[in-house]
Write a protein that binds this ligand. Structure first.
Ligand code: URA
Length: 245
């Protein structure tokens, strides 16, 4: 791999932003091959360098993994002539990395919540392959109240236009008598286009809110506001790798 700036290296490794790196370098807290780095923009060779950040050895990742809180109104594509995409929410530096980042699976334009972006095509392919599809939980609200009969039908599988959905899990929130409609969580073990929207339509209902809160072992980070993102931790990457076996 080509040499790169130390601050870029630490940012791509998911350890620190450029500003954090500058601060840590000034405090003598970044060691490069055992010697305190003098400048955040010094060149390092990712294949051979040994960096320690605040006492922790840094392992450079071959791939990049980003957990984003997708906001409403943004499309889950890499490029779109008209609409803002999830990639547009990332800084230039991350939009330029090669292989390029892409969203792992899709959320509708008005669905918010957990979106994984990566450039690990193999992992993404496996996470989304029908044979090993990871579970995904969505918080939802619908316009009309769901009956027990609706819940039983949704859980057993409904026809969404030539396809009967696989069994899933639906949990309803306690309803206050004033409330119109219903809200709750639905966990799918598959991922068809517009699946939840179409499932609710099959029960003559309409989605008014949809937010993905889990994706396999990943959980939507409550500290991330809509539009914010962070790198996955080592533990999260490991859990994803393991979830696909
Ligand atoms: N099901 C939907 O209908 N929309 C989504 O964005 C995700 C699942």
């Amino acid at each position: 791999m080509k040499s790169m700036r130390l601050d870029k290296y630490l940012s791509l490794a998911g350890i620190a932003s450029r500003t954090e790196t500058s601060k840590a370098v000034r405090g003598g807290e970044v060691l490069v091959d055992g010697v305190p780095a003098r400048k955040a923009d010094m060149q390092v060779d990712p294949d051979t360098v040994q960096v320690t950040f605040k006492g922790q050895p840094v392992t450079y990742r071959q791939f990049t993994y980003i957990l984003m809180h997708k906001p409403d109104g943004v499309v889950s594509a890499t490029e779109d002539g008209r609409e803002q995409t999830v990639l547009d929410l990332l800084p230039e530096e991350l939009r330029r990395i090669r292989p390029a980042l892409f969203p792992c699976g899709r959320l509708d334009k008005h669905t918010t919540g957990l979106m994984l972006l990566t450039n690990n095509g193999d992992l993404s392919h496996r996470l989304l392959s029908p044979a090993r599809h990871v579970d995904k939980t969505y918080a939802f609200a619908v316009k009309f109240s769901l009956s027990q009969e609706d819940v039983t039908a949704l859980e057993a599988g409904v026809d969404i236009g030539g396809y009967v959905t696989a069994p899933c899990k639906v949990e309803l929130d306690e309803k206050d008598p004033e409330q119109r409609g219903s809200s709750g969580r639905i966990t799918l073990h598959e991922g068809k286009y517009h699946q939840i929207k179409l499932m609710m339509e099959a029960r003559h209902n309409r989605i008014t809110k949809l937010q993905r809160i889990t994706f396999g072992p990943l959980v939507l980070d409550p500290s991330l506001a809509a539009g914010e993102w962070r790198m996955l931790s080592e533990g999260e990457v490991r859990a994803l790798e393991e979830s696909r076996r």
